[in-house]
Ligand binder design. Structure first.
Ligand SMILES: [Zn+2]
Length: 135
């Protein structure tokens, strides 16, 4: 599947945090989100294609907010069938608390994903001139 001349698929590359231009090399310094303090550290440039990855305006903050809110309500999908929701008791508040915990725990990953989405919006495939691909 991974022939060197084939264009790697967009979504797998996005979710495995690969460079938006060549989709081969990871854009983050650390593969894991730990240590948390460095979980958003980007490489200066891609080691495969040389695409510049660091940009002053790259924070993905707005995208992160949207993803966080989306996930917050997506938690309803599993919480409702398992624990049930009713306006008659405090279950709505339990849901809100649970959902908040889930969102906070996943926050490092969401922040990385937002940063990735931001990069993918601004850098198309083959953006770097060092990439040669037969399409
Ligand atoms: Zn690259």
């Amino acid at each position: 599947m991974a022939s060197p001349n084939k264009k790697p698929m967009l979504l797998p590359a996005l979710f495995t945090m690969k460079c938006p231009s060549c989709r081969k090399s990871s854009v983050f310094l650390n593969k894991s989100i730990f240590p948390l303090g460095k979980c958003l550290a980007l490489k200066d440039e891609c080691e495969v294609c040389g695409e510049k990855l660091k940009s002053e305006s790259n924070n993905g903050g707005g995208i992160n907010y949207a993803l966080t809110m989306m996930l917050f309500f997506l938690n309803l999908l599993w919480y409702w069938p398992i624990f049930g929701l009713s306006y008659k008791d405090n279950s709505v508040f339990y849901y809100l608390a649970t959902s908040t915990v889930v969102v906070v725990l996943l926050q490092p990953y969401l922040m990385r994903l937002s940063r990735m989405l931001y990069l993918y919006l601004y850098i198309g495939f083959g953006h770097s001139r060092r990439v040669s691909v037969e399409d």
